[in-house]
Design a protein around this ligand. Structure first.
Ligand SMILES: *[C@@H]1O[C@H](CO)[C@@H](O)[C@H](O)[C@H]1NC(C)=O
Ligand SMILES: *[C@@H]1O[C@H](CO)[C@@H](O)[C@H](O)[C@H]1NC(C)=O
Length: 331
């Protein structure tokens, strides 16, 4: 039999090769090309090695660390980070927690500032972000930094560390640990009265996350969901995916913190004998925020100076808020 060259066969082979090539090119790791691929592929990466070193030094005995992020705008003297650190020093039994706090600097200036005032600093770089410009809420650079943070926290979990993540505009006045449960415990802008109720409006600016297979999966899913909801804040995506079937199937438990203990400007805690933290949430603008946070620290100092009987009189549910803030932050 004579074998004849069949143009149809070569066309089919060509199409198969083309389709295979296209599939190959589009099945790459979604983290690839975003500058994040080093996180998973190169364990000997110097940035990662440095992170392991910093976490180890700051860790509590049970592999828990406290993490906050810092950028240039919040790092100057008298700025948010100063007030944040001061709150630990004037809080009840919180000063020792500073030994376990890692400040994650998002730019070079913030890193220098951190090194001048705190023993545990880590520099987290974000490729393609213009650090000369101010990071206004919801601008593309702002979102890049937010998502970089989520991916970073996933790595911390993968390295086997539990963490408390706190924004630097959360003032710490008491040790919060007895309020934390597995797997994720998160603060609220508005608390509806039940710690398991998913209608509580979460605020990602303060949360405890226990490192386990479920939380790692959750953070991966959260990070990938940014592709489905472009131009969304990590927090609004959290609000969407906490209801997702895939998350329910993980069996992940999310607890919401009562604003009586973990208050903020959206819903301040009324009882200063109970409060653990006070967050300058529901506030836009750094000047307003700084002004009101100073009031918060002053109010706390005055409260601390009271005698025990005087203290217990403050904060019945019918009395007005014991805080002068929010003042300039009031919308
Ligand atoms: C706090 O204490 C200082 C000094 O004792 C006092 O001058 C100030 O008025 C107090 N502030 C409030 C809000 O009570
Ligand atoms: C505030 O909380 C403390 C400690 O739980 C409690 O003893 C006190 O009665 C509370 N104050 C008011 C006015 O409810």
């Amino acid at each position: 039999m004579v074998k004849r060259f069949n143009p149809l066969y070569s066309l089919i082979v060509f199409v198969i090769v083309l389709v295979g090539w296209l599939l190959f090119c589009h099945s790459e790791d979604p983290f690839e090309g975003n500058g994040y691929s080093w996180l998973r592929t190169t364990p000997s990466n110097p940035e990662r090695r440095e992170l392991v070193k910093v976490l180890k030094k700051a860790s509590m005995g049970d592999r828990t660390v406290i993490l906050t992020t810092l950028n240039q705008a919040w790092s100057g003297p008298g700025s948010v980070i100063d007030l944040f650190l001061e709150s630990f020093r004037i809080g009840e039994g919180t000063e020792g927690l500073l030994n376990h706090l890692v400040i994650v600097a998002m730019d070079g200036k913030a890193f220098d500032q951190c090194k001048s005032m705190h023993p545990h600093c880590f520099s987290l770089t974000t490729p393609g972000v213009d650090f000369a410009a101010e990071k206004r809420f919801m601008t593309p650079d702002y979102l890049k930094l937010m998502w970089r943070r989520i991916d970073f926290l996933r790595l911390v979990l993968e390295l086997g560390y539990n963490f408390v993540f706190t924004d630097a505009d959360v003032m710490w006045f008491r040790n919060p640990f007895r309020h934390f449960a597995e797997d994720i415990t998160i603060a609220c802008d508005f608390y509806m009265g039940n710690p398991m109720d998913t209608s509580n409006r979460a605020n990602g600016g303060f949360k405890y996350v226990k490192s386990n297979a479920m939380t790692i999966e959750f953070y991966k899913y959260w990070y990938m969901a940014r592709v489905l909801y472009p131009n969304s804040h990590d927090q609004s995506v959290f609000e969407i995916i906490k209801h997702a079937k895939i998350v329910n199937r993980l069996g992940l438990q999310i607890n919401y913190l009562d604003t009586t203990y973990f208050g903020g400007f959206c819903q301040p805690s009324k009882n200063m004998s109970k409060v653990c933290t006070m967050h300058a949430n529901c506030c836009v603008g750094i000047e307003r925020k700084l002004h009101d946070l100073r009031l918060v620290l002053d109010d706390w100092k005055n409260f601390s100076a009271l005698s025990q009987p005087e203290k217990s009189l403050i904060g019945s549910s019918s009395s007005p808020s014991p805080w002068r803030a929010p003042n300039k932050c009031k919308l």
